[in-house]
Design a binder for this molecule. Structure first.
Ligand code: ACM
Length: 384
């Protein structure tokens, strides 16, 4: 390698398939950070060069493209993945090649790989807070509806534990295909009519999301008394719904486009200047953005992209992200994050309804899974 050769890094976000809309925001966040780093002179005078592939929202294609990146393209670092089934296909390849995956998506927890840095929310950073908010404001009789794969199964298990802890009830739990069409929601709508839950907890992801919210709206249900609550319905899915269909529903996440802090505003403005005023900015985009900056800082300090030498610098690395100051926990490779809950307003924009200003230590195995102590481990939390 010559002195000014670029650092080649892999980028795996789907631009086609069921989760293309939100994954495009992850791609944008990644490319924005790479652009900023290169405009500021690169890393040790060498630019970052992204090698971008489109896995088409198909887990097996993630696996084969990860293999191509780590073998023929000879990259060490990969930024990407959205659905947990794609991450679970990618990690064994990354481990085999001793690479490093940076994963920017909220997920179900209960996982650790020494070759993965997790920068999206774990259940103790979104599910606990969302559940508490929902119990207080709407009630604790829940109906679960999810896409048919691992993130919904596991998220429902965790939320069920919390509902039971609050002496509430899960009335039913149903799954639709990842490529669900409108007809797939007919049974769900009938169940909602019959069971009249306080909350519909939805882990429907991607393209089916606006179809489900539309079916709910057309059935004449009222989000003021029975909202759809989600961890993944982001600005990207909402961009495919009229505002009247989105209004009143709830999402728990560490970042929303409307956050409005100086750091968040700077990020949103830079993103829209590059990708267009209408380009949605999501929690996935924000984590995709800050994880590249964290990696770059670690590479500068380590002087290499060799994961074995980089890891020591990534762990405990801090960065002023758009959501607030973040840090990677050396115990588990997950990020300390800032939980928030937001409700969609009449313009289809998220407005935070619960924003405690507390940074929460990641607890991906839910060791402390108590509703009364969602910000547990006060030694490690930071008030901001
Ligand atoms: C997800 O599958 N982690 C959204």
């Amino acid at each position: 390698m010559k002195a000014n050769d670029p650092w080649r890094v892999g980028v795996l976000f789907s631009q086609t398939g069921v989760t293309a809309a939100v994954e495009r925001t992850g791609l944008n966040g990644t490319l924005l950070a790479i652009g900023e780093i290169n405009e500021a002179g690169g890393i040790l005078d060498r630019p970052l060069e992204p090698i971008v592939y489109d896995p088409g929202s198909l887990p097996k294609i993630y696996r084969s493209l990860a293999e191509r990146l780590l073998s023929s393209d000879r990259v060490k670092l990969i930024f990407g993945c959205y659905m947990s089934n794609s991450r679970k296909m990618t990690i064994p390849v990354v481990e085999a090649f001793r690479g490093l995956l940076f994963y920017p998506t909220a997920y179900e927890g209960f996982e650790y790989s020494p070759n993965c840095i997790y920068t999206g929310a774990s259940p103790n950073q979104n599910s606990l807070q969302l559940a508490r908010y929902l119990f207080e404001v709407y009630g604790n009789r829940f109906l679960m509806i999810g896409s048919n794969y691992v993130f919904p199964y596991e998220s429902n298990r965790i939320i069920t534990d919390l509902v039971v802890q609050s002496r509430g009830k899960v009335l039913d739990e149903i799954y639709v295909p990842l490529d669900a069409g409108t007809d797939d929601f007919t049974k769900t709508i009938r169940l909602i009519e019959k069971l009249k839950p306080d909350v519909i907890f939805s882990t429907v992801v991607g393209r089916a999301t606006p179809l489900f919210y539309r079916a709910y709206h057309e059935a004449g249900f009222d989000p003021a008394t029975m909202p759809i609550a989600s961890l993944t319905t982001s600005e990207a899915e909402v961009a495919d719904m009229p505002a009247a269909i989105a209004e009143g529903h709830i999402t728990g996440a560490p970042f929303f486009e409307t956050l409005g802090t100086p750091a968040a505003t700077r990020f949103v403005q830079a993103y829209k200047a590059r990708f267009g005023a209408d380009a949605p900015v999501t929690a996935c985009a924000e984590a995709a953005y800050f994880q590249v900056h964290l990696a770059a800082r670690a590479m500068r300090r380590a002087g290499t992209d060799d994961p074995d030498r980089l890891m020591g610098e990534v762990r405990e690395a801090e960065f002023d992200a758009p959501q607030g100051r973040v840090r990677i926990d050396r115990e588990n490779n997950h990020a300390f994050l800032w939980p928030r809950v937001a409700r969609l307003d009449a313009a289809g924009r998220f407005q935070t309804v619960w924003n405690p200003g507390v940074r929460v230590k990641p607890d991906p195995y839910c060791v402390v899974q108590s509703l009364d102590d969602w910000s547990a481990d006060s030694l490690h939390q930071t008030r901001g």
